[in-house]
Design a protein. Sequence first.
Length: 556
Amino acid sequence: MVPPFFAATIRAIDRTGPIVFRIGPMKELTGTSKGLIAVILLGSAGAALYTRRDQVRDFIAGVRPASSPSTQTAVAPTSSAAGSVVPSGKRPMTVVINQWPGLMPLVVGAGGLTTQPGSAAAEEGLDLKFVFVEDAPTKNKMLREGTADAVWQTVDELPMAMGGFKAAGVDVRTFIQIDWSRGGDACVASKEVTTVEDLLGRKTATLLLSPDHTLFEFMITNSRLTPEQVTRVRRDVSFSADDPTFSRIQFGEKKVDVACLWEPDVTLALEARPGSHRLFSTSDATELIADILVTRREFLDLHSDLAAKFVRTWFAGVRKVQQDRPAAARLISTVCPRFRDEMGYDKTLRSFDWVKLSDLTDNVRMFGLDGQSPAFDRVYNQAESIWLEYPQAQIKDRFVPSALRDDRVVRRIWEAEGRKLAARDANFRPSVAATGSPLFTKPVSISFRSNKSDLTTESISVVNRRVLPQLQIAGGMYIRVEGNTDNVGDAGFNQQLSEKRAKAIVDYLGTKGVDLTRVVAKGNGPAKPIASNNTAEGKARNRRTDILFIPAPPAS
């Protein structure tokens, strides 16, 4: 059933014929939307459309075609690489990936699409074979049937994919993080739209149930928009189920004011509309969209040494890319079909700007080995909370994220190497947090005892649930925590109290690992009411804490 805020028409869904959606406000489900960022070139839109049509069919309709023309197999899987659950000595390992730059360190680590002499994989004694599969139905079927040892996913895809694995009786676990999207996914806007709250009354376009849909929802649900206003914003969204160029075209033709999409369509959309700009992207929400690899639990149980060799090969591949991007781009654009045929060397080299390749310290944070809350759980819960609002996601089974991750391999390497967490990859300037203009503001009700500024157990719980995860996901943004009061009592006292309360929240965030060079506390006292102080209801609304999300200024 299509919810009321979708102007959508679903004309046909059956197991033999094509599925046709004409969707005003709708969007495409795809775990591979990021995979297609790097592989979509201007001349390959047709293939991309077919890929995403298959994914919509798989997750929304629960239908999978007998064969998938959108699957591009660089190395065919063989029976010897078929994910056997029987322990063996040296055995090949078949891994399904897509042609997105974030996964390419695997190719670099192996020296090609199979293990090559002198490569990191060869040094590990690892016999690797890679299979390129872009569509979700095929890759998930290969893992279910054991013709692949590991397959790529995005964390935000998992809440929709796990039901199929459960139905097949397959216990799937995440065992390594591959990358974070860092700017490859973005919402672009006309010059009139400068804050997220400006979306009210304006039109947006994006793809249904894709990572860019995730980006859009994160934006609007962490803003000052009320639940009723969020519903109105959603009502004004045009969603496409199968056309990755839809949002760009709608934006370029000025039919919408905002478009959420991925590269290279982000750049093309900005070029098509002079004066437009990036409103919000994964350069701001640095820990919102992540690629991972999943495998069967029994593979980790029975082939732990093989899994450890594979993970070490990944880390070695990341180091090689970081040390010599041109050499990595030459290899990738030589052996990977879409990089070779559609992108070429120059665009392959630039594609590394869209991702942050995950090293050991990133994986330590993803799995929570540093004693902090696992980033995986935060990203998974964020995605699931979004998709539960959309019946098209077909989420019938709920999963606890801790049951979907297995840190044994990463933990083993971490303990062996004894590393300490590296410093953050951003250099923040506190003055920006103090004076910058927010892109969106999240009002939060945090209770304090009368005339007190220390956090209670209840207020800590609110911060943990409603503030901390959003700050961690928006890791590229500055944060200003502003305390506000009503006008009851002495204004000077209220000013000081609001400052102390804001500082108490900031201090607590620091104990949870938030970099305090990007966070500042400010007290407004009664100076910034959002409702009348003449009513009890208005006074209650004015006694609030505002969390202001401030974009980092452009690099000079």
